[in-house]
Design a protein around this ligand. Structure first.
Ligand SMILES: NC(=O)c1ccc[n+]([C@@H]2O[C@H](COP(=O)([O-])OP(=O)(O)OC[C@H]3O[C@@H](n4cnc5c(N)ncnc54)[C@H](O)[C@@H]3O)[C@@H](O)[C@H]2O)c1
Ligand SMILES: O=P(O)(O)OC[C@H](O)CO
Length: 330
């Protein structure tokens, strides 16, 4: 299969390495928009800027220049860019006949749309879906065991992702609940900022477990209001990715929370990452969408107030703890 990965950040690079790991199985091209970065990767056979210390398999080809000419010749196109670049990439991909899957996790800033909704607006003719689940780039690039979800309403897209990536180190499950998978991916990033703060402030393991569990309840409420299926939130892109990102120190979103707890400003925290932390950009849109649907998301609301500098961490803790008692099931 001919696979093109557009976007050579940490995750695009790791996914390309995973696809190219089986010589003779696929022809894999990793495209970077910056020709200099692409040429440096080609020369070093590594991505020193975004995925340090990992060598490319010989069968991984590096590309730059006209991304859409590449995509038109592919049998599977993976969009490895952040949410902020998704609309532009999809617009440019019109005319592409291969299945297209995005890796980004978030709601679009400004519009509050999920990725599949952006796609329905700008490229409705594409066969498309999301490739999501609990996955740190470094571990996937090292072929450490990982399970992902290929989500699309189109069986052809799910099958292409399974054919492209399922293997000894990567199990790829299929789901037709694109809404549930995308809500999980977006909301877990916001909750990881909260648990980073909680741990940075040394509030204890009980507090973290409470945040993860009540956060899962918030994620599920929002998803159900958007017509997702409840069982998706107990799966890889829900509970699975929430546990990974909220507790794993490789998470950039969690790190934002840890850095804020140390007293850094949001700008300092974001700058020091050197990678995108989607929760910072999605938190507001997640909350706006929830409010419009009448869904309560008190933890996500606190994260937005903290990011906006309208609440101090101690006030956020008090605000969450002093809420009215209620049945757990609500
Ligand atoms: N890193 C991970 O472990 C991981 C795992 C799963 C999902 N994701 C998601 O994947 C997405 C990308 O994350 P990442 O870790 O690769 O980010 P990153 O910050 O490491 O890299 C982002 C890449 O996107 C490129 N880019 C940005 N705007 C672009 C544009 N307009 N056109 C082309 N390229 C553009 C940048 O040059 C950079 O190469 C995010 O939505 C993230 O939430 C990341
Ligand atoms: O590093 P983060 O916080 O962007 O999380 C990476 C992945 O989404 C984990 O599945």
């Amino acid at each position: 299969m001919k696979i093109v990965v557009l976007g050579a950040g940490a995750w695009g690079t790791a996914v390309a390495i995973a696809a190219a790991a089986h010589p003779g199985r696929h022809m894999v091209q990793l495209w970077a928009r910056d020709a200099q970065q692409a040429q440096a990767m080609q020369a070093a056979r590594a991505n020193a800027r975004y995925l340090r210390g990992l060598t490319f398999p010989p069968s991984l080809h590096i590309a730059w220049g006209d991304a859409f000419a590449l995509a038109r010749q592919a049998e599977l196109v993976i969009l490895g860019t952040p949410m902020s670049a998704l609309r532009g990439m999809l617009q440019a991909l019109h005319g592409c006949s291969a299945p297209v899957a995005w890796l980004c996790k978030g709601f679009e800033a400004g519009t509050g749309l999920m990725a599949h909704e952006v796609c329905a607006q700008v490229a409705p003719q594409l066969a498309s879906g999301a490739f999501s689940g609990p996955s740190f780039a470094q571990e996937v690039a090292l072929a450490q065991p990982t399970a992902l979800v290929a989500a699309s309403r189109d069986a052809h897209v799910r099958e292409a992702l399974v054919a492209g990536f399922h293997g000894p180190a990567l199990r790829v499950y299929a789901s037709d609940d694109i809404v549930g998978v995308e809500v999980g991916g977006a909301v877990k990033n916001v909750l990881a900022i909260a648990t980073g703060l909680c741990d940075g402030l040394r509030l204890g393991l009980n507090a973290r477990a409470a945040l993860v569990t009540r956060g899962l309840a918030e994620m599920t409420r929002l998803g159900l209001a958007l017509d997702a299926r409840a069982d998706t939130f107990m799966g890889l892109s829900g509970l699975g990715d929430l546990v990974l990102t909220a507790t794993g120190d490789l998470s950039r979103n969690r790190r934002v929370g840890l850095l804020l707890a140390e007293g850094q400003t949001l700008a300092q925290a974001v700058d020091s990452l050197g990678h995108v932390a989607e929760g910072v950009y999605s938190a507001r849109t997640v909350v706006q969408r929830a409010r419009a649907l009448g869904v309560e998301m008190p933890i996500a609301e606190c994260v937005v107030a903290l990011l906006d500098g309208k609440l101090q961490p101690e006030q956020a803790v008090a605000q969450l703890m002093e809420r009215e008692p209620r049945p757990e099931a609500q």
